[in-house]
Write a protein that binds this ligand. Structure first.
Ligand code: NAI
Length: 267
């Protein structure tokens, strides 16, 4: 196995629950963390409940781990306060701990919503400026920038994965474009963990779908080869569909229905 002990944050979440039993292939011991309880540990697991906004608790959570899969945090558009706590303060606390403890590599679950204000007719790659579609996307841009700083200044390696739509099935045309299978996510996590030199890399987390909006060539050296495709769901979608309605803002921007959100800031 590549590592003795890895840490996975966000273990109580959608992806954490689906990935949990497979993480063992990366390390002898899998330390799982979340702010929410998610039951007892299996024999090869350790559980550390912790709020990412709690600096001391985050340092303790990271002690003794060789690499981190950072999936914890707010995962959708929300009010600013919880986003600030989990995705801004939380990732600052995490990288402070990573640097202090000499942890060499992090894989950060970023999002396609860092680029949601690009048009659905644009081809986006990792060298283009971020154009987030809400506070959530902005907070993930912050995480990408912070991790780049920790590489440039301190040599901590990070692969940021801009995950598309990682749910069991794609059920509309946007999801067809952005879908990521769990098996392909595992393949990408594996490459992100074992590729000898990754520096700071932004990769797009999608399967081998038709009509992709993202060009992943800047992460090509990782050698990630998706084996799945949303084509398997094509026959479940109606043959003709007005998707989305032609006057819907979600038609024009890659962020899709996230464009229906206004700022949720409440003073
Ligand atoms: P999720 O919302 O189901 O899970 C996130 C977990 O983080 C939750 O269990 C939550 O309790 C925990 N969390 C929230 N605030 C916290 C805090 N202050 N301290 C500690 N833990 C906290 O999200 P999901 O779908 O599992 O996604 C995991 C990661 O992947 C997220 O970072 C998300 O932004 C990212 N992602 C997921 C996509 C998907 O298709 N599922 C798409 C794009 C990005």
């Amino acid at each position: 196995k590549p590592f003795k002990r890895i840490l996975f944050t966000g273990a109580a979440g959608n992806l954490g629950r689906r990935l949990r039993e497979r993480l063992h292939e990366f390390a002898d011991i899998v330390r799982l963390s979340d702010v929410a309880d998610f039951g007892p540990a299996a024999p090869h697991e350790e559980i550390h409940l912790c709020d990412l906004g709690d600096r001391d608790a985050v340092l303790r959570m990271c002690e003794g781990v060789d690499a981190i899969l950072h999936f914890g945090g707010i995962s959708t558009e929300e009010e600013w306060a919880p986003i600030m706590q989990a995705n801004i303060l939380g990732i600052v606390n995490l990288y402070e701990a990573v640097h202090k403890l000499g942890i060499r590599r992090v894989v950060f679950a970023s999002t396609n919503h860092t680029m949601g204000m690009y048009k659905t007719t644009d081809l986006v790659d990792a060298s283009m400026p971020p154009r987030a579609d809400g506070y959530y996307g902005v907070s993930k841009v912050f995480g990408e920038t912070l991790s780049r700083y920790y590489w440039d200044r301190f040599g901590v390696e990070t692969v940021c994965i801009r995950i598309g739509y990682c749910w069991p099935e794609a059920t509309n045309y946007r999801q067809m474009t952005t879908w990521l299978s769990l098996d392909d996510l595992m393949r990408l996590l594996h490459r992100a963990l074992v590729t000898p030199r990754v520096g700071h890399t932004i990769a797009f987390g999608i399967s081998d779908n038709d009509g992709r909006w993202w060009d992943d060539r800047h992460a090509a050296f990782l050698g990630y080869k998706p084996q799945d495709s949303s084509r398997q769901f094509a026959d479940k979608l109606p043959p003709t569909v007005e998707y989305p309605a032609a006057d819907d803002i979600a038609t024009f921007y890659q962020g899709g229905v996230f464009l229906h959100n206004g700022p949720k800031y409440k003073p």
